[in-house]
Design a protein around this ligand. Sequence first.
Ligand SMILES: C[S@@+](CC[C@H](N)C(=O)[O-])C[C@H]1O[C@@H](n2cnc3c(N)ncnc32)[C@H](O)[C@@H]1O
Length: 214
Amino acid sequence: MRYKFLPSFVTRRGRITQSQENNLNHLSDFEITSYQDILSSKEGFSKLVLEIGFGNGENTLRLAKNNPDTLYIGSEVYQAGIGYLLGEVIKDDINNIKITSGDIRLLFEDIKSPIFDDVVVICPDPWPKLKHHKRRMLNREFLELIHPIIKENGNLFMSTDWENYAESIGEAVNNSNGYQKLDSSIYENSELTKFQKRAVEEGRAIYTFALKVI
Ligand SMILES: C[S@@+](CC[C@H](N)C(=O)[O-])C[C@H]1O[C@@H](n2cnc3c(N)ncnc32)[C@H](O)[C@@H]1O
């Protein structure tokens, strides 16, 4: 069967530690695999936020600890990162993080209503070579796909550290309907993630896109 989307991620196992492997055995206790899972998990929470490509989850963790009334769904395919975040969630007994472990775009198709208050994407894989640009996740198709599942007045925050990727995201935003550009976002002022820190160390700027769904 042909895969529906070109993979936007590199399939890497990374250096997975034994404890991350062990944590992965508990994934099903925290896992979201369907719209129905989202509906039942969000009961009792005042807001629902999705972070796509959480890496090691440091941003998801910080947000969740600071906002106990919000349920955060972290999306990642990188097993070592999922294992790491699971370890922190279990260790600190965090009850407002759930994890979804496949290509997030496949889950979008199962979601039947505007359910997310905010969606956050920080440093998606940059795919810097021209021949790989088609693998970039943030494009016009993505903006169309995600629009119906974010609430009206909800926020989409995207950030990249690659100038050329930022240019193409800017174009996609300008050519898309249903979004209003905002001057700032609460997600802009968070501590830097691992990939953002690396970008700054390597002298690259961080470009952000704060959008409101209208
Ligand atoms: C460059 S890393 C950035 C990680 C983290 N946000 C940071 O800033 O440190 C991008 C992550 O997005 C994940 N990713 C890429 N495409 C994805 C998709 N379609 N669904 C879920 N995760 C994805 C990759 O596995 C990778 O770990």
